[in-house]
Design a protein around this ligand. Structure first.
Ligand SMILES: C[S@@+](CC[C@H](N)C(=O)[O-])C[C@H]1O[C@@H](n2cnc3c(N)ncnc32)[C@H](O)[C@@H]1O
Length: 274
């Protein structure tokens, strides 16, 4: 693997789309309900009748949630062809009559794609995996209509981010066997940490799907492999968004584990284009 390769190109990235294809087989009505609740917590009732752009749609679950919350039109995009295929299959099956399209586009190509502007642009856990977080934030912001919302989740900068960066760069291009071994080590340490803090691993896993309808095992693979990787503090985000002409609406900051031992955690932000 040539580590100087262009990180904006999909062939240098972790195989996000394969993980989403595997995760999509686990989507149940309960996970959809949790995804809808997670999205409503962020956007309230502001989706009704809006055009919605999902930048880095992954499995397509949150585009489905947007349709269920009343979005008039959904445009789901991702750089990874496997994510786009999975999103298309999910929406074809679960929202066959709604107005949506799924297409292979990088966030950096949105301006040329001719999609126009959107009442809500949503990019959860994506912009820090593009190879250029600040450029990606600017590109996503450019797709928001005046008065519209930009909803993003971004990895929090922690003291251990540089170590995780090395780990991810290695893991993303390691063999499936090596990846399995590394995941087993991570999960063993995770269990130990839960036990030492008086928590139960089995219960933790059962409750995990209340996290936006996600799945623990797939999220561990995504966390360990999520390359390229950047992170950002809430203050840096506030500064960048202000420079782009946005004002804060609400945020949910992840204050757990400030060291970043098991992950840096995503801070969620909702901004309005003024
Ligand atoms: C961690 S996943 C998040 C998926 C989804 N938003 C969710 O919340 O479940 C990150 C996604 O971003 C996509 N991605 C990475 N770089 C991208 C880019 N330049 N433009 C669009 N999507 C990108 C990946 O292919 C992957 O599907």
């Amino acid at each position: 693997m040539d580590h100087s390769a262009d990180l904006l190109q999909q062939n240098t990235h972790f195989a996000f789309g394969k993980n989403w294809a595997s995760y999509a087989e686990l989507v149940t009505p309960a996970k959809i309900t949790e995804a809808v609740a997670g999205l409503k917590r962020l956007v309230g009732d502001e989706l009704t009748g809006q055009r919605w752009l999902d930048v880095g749609c992954g499995s397509g679950l949150h585009s489905l949630a947007a349709l269920q919350l009343g979005a008039a039109e959904v445009v789901a995009t991702d750089l990874d062809p496997d994510s786009v295929t999975t999103t298309r299959a999910l929406l074809t099956q679960l929202a066959p009559t709604a107005t949506w399209r799924a297409s292979e586009h990088s966030v950096f190509d949105l301006a040329q794609a001719g999609f126009g502007q959107f009442g809500v642009v949503y990019s959860w856990g994506v912009l820090h995996h593009t190879g250029d977080l600040s450029g990606a934030l600017r590109a996503a912001a450019g797709a928001v209509a005046p008065g519209g919302l930009l909803v993003v989740a971004l990895y929090r900068k922690t003291p251990l981010c540089s170590l995780w960066k090395l780990e991810k760069r290695f893991y993303a291009h390691a063999s499936p066997r090596t990846q399995r071994l590394l995941r087993a080590g991570y999960i063993a340490l995770y269990k130990l940490a839960l036990r030492l803090t008086g928590r139960n691993f089995k219960r933790h896993i059962e409750e995990y799907q209340t996290n936006r309808g996600m799945d623990f095992a797939h999220d561990v693979h995504d966390w360990m492999g999520g390359w390229p990787y950047e992170s950002i503090t809430p203050a840096q985000t506030a500064q960048a968004m202000s420079e782009l002409g946005f004002t804060p609406v609400r945020s949910f900051l992840d204050t757990r584990g400030k060291l970043g031992l098991f992950g840096s955690g995503c801070d969620e932000y909702v901004y309005r284009k003024t």
